[in-house]
Design a protein around this ligand. Structure first.
Ligand code: CA2
Length: 144
């Protein structure tokens, strides 16, 4: 089983800027934690980040036939991107939306996710552990 982790804009800055909001853990630390847990679960992981909406759309399209589940932290595109929503819907792979912060406890503009309705579910507010929870959910969501 293979899980594709996609990370959207500015997540490459994790741990380097605004630690009071997003903590001190870097995206590389998160990837390493995910890979450790994935080994225990016998899951293959592809872990990517892009600041470009188009690149994220292309990766979602290419996941068909290559991955079983997509886990996506679309970052700011969560709240704006019809293109990501359409790509997730078109590809039809089980997709799990994740966030480090609880988007529903933040500014009003973050409460709306344009991708939520085409995802299996949303994990939001558990910091770096949101990624591990999503990996574990991927295993159960795969064949449903
Ligand atoms: O909580 C999350 O995971 C978010 O997806 C993070 C996004 C935000 O736009 C979403 O509303 C919620 C922001 C990611 C930007 O990450 C930064 C990291 C360090 C410094 C600045 C931004």
């Amino acid at each position: 089983m293979k899980v594709l982790f996609l990370n959207g804009p500015n997540l490459n800055l994790l741990g380097q800027r605004e630690p009071e909001v997003y903590g001190r853990t870097t995206l590389a630390d998160i990837e390493s934690n995910v890979r450790t847990r994935a080994k225990m679960l016998a899951v293959d992981v592809d872990f990517r980040q892009s600041n470009s909406e188009g690149e994220l759309v292309s990766w979602i399209q290419q996941a068909k036939g290559a991955c079983d589940v997509i886990v996506i932290n679309a970052a700011a595109y969560t709240h704006t991107s019809v293109a990501l929503r359409d790509a997730i819907s078109a590809v039809g792979l089980p997709t799990i939306e994740i966030h480090l912060s609880n988007i529903h406890a933040r500014e009003e503009f973050r409460h709306k996710s344009l991708i939520a309705a085409v995802c299996k579910g949303q994990i939001s507010g558990f910091g770096a552990n949101s990624y591990i929870l999503a990996l574990e959910a991927s295993v159960s969501v795969k064949d449903k």
